[in-house]
Design a protein around this ligand. Sequence first.
Ligand SMILES: [Mn+2]
Length: 428
Amino acid sequence: MTIEFYKEFGELGYLANYSNYGFVKDGIYYKTVEHYYQSEKFDNKELKTKIINAKTPKEASIIGRDRSNKRKDNFKQIKKQVMYNGILEKFRQNRDIAYKLIETRNKDIAEATIDEYYWGIGKDKSGENNIGKILVNVREQIKKEIIDNILQKCINKKIYIIGHDFSDADSIFSSFLLAKILQSKNIDASYALLDTYGDFNSNDISLIEDYIKEKPKIVDNNNLFILVDHNSLNGLDERNVLGAFDHHVLTGEVYDTIEMEYSSTCLLLYDIFKSSYQFSDYEKFLIFLSCLTDTDFLTSSRYTIEDKKLIKELNIKCDVNELQKKYFKMTDFNLSILDNLKQDYKKYEKNFKTIKRSIIKSYSNDFLLHHKEYEEYIKSMTDDYLIIWPCYDKKITNVYYNGDWIKIDKVLTSTILILEILEKKKLL
Ligand SMILES: [Mn+2]
């Protein structure tokens, strides 16, 4: 898939050279990449200053493109490098858009300008697209710099890798894997749990116990951490959190965060580190299992075509149906409503409200039979309560919140994404 952007406006506008993201290079402040690029065409100091001080990128471009001004003799040879340097500094010095660029994962990028065949793709899309290629290279470079920066901070320190509270399989497996990866890079890393954490997620507990024999270290918050499978400080001192790797929504609470949408954090770690770390067959199997549990056994929309390709690379030979029978628990309606609401329960803070959420998993028949009694039960409480109820046969998710059932036409169990949907519908 290719991301096509056009001009400096809208959601993808941050990719354009005209977009309003300044940076300092060699002691000079440039308002935009365009100001930098145009001024680099010339040796003449006066002309350079005029371009740098131009009020708008358009104005800088008009002066820079004026052919009556003498350009550097070798500019043609260096112009791609100049462009790369400018775009790299823009993203290096504006972390908010660096995160956005990283979130485009491995997608191609194209500047869809109709009259530009060198920098863009041109009208018939046959152009060289050099800007798009540079953005992809900058993305890889920025990602590498953030990871290197995290690793650098770990040298000669004792580091604990921790997932989120009420850990699920992905949290445990990804902290275990990242500890192994870091150990191979001579970092003293251990996979761990905070001493304040609650029990393992009850859906994944038997899978975790069957496949991880090494026990996590139990530590207090007075240590150095790297977070996996979440990127919220949750009361930790930010100076103690050296970085985060996550596949959920970015919180911005941890500066050196790599956040991209993948089926699981383990799969994200695999994609990032596969060129520098040799994953064993056992580790590859853990990655595979984490994808099963984080995508409801490959049924959720999170399991994309790109992830399917990565899973294929893992070359796992096993019967998913067998694993599903053994480990994927639907809600048992013979149990009491209270017991089932407690099964997959978590509290969320949103818009200064505490929202309690439970996940119920079933086929649509069970939903039709039981949702009224669950609704009645919830209504008797005074709290803000959210029920997420995916139906695996119809591949839909029913969401109950404050008197309303909403239907989402895919299997979606990410509470964060569902809260966003409710917010957009002005139901929060
Ligand atoms: Mn996860």
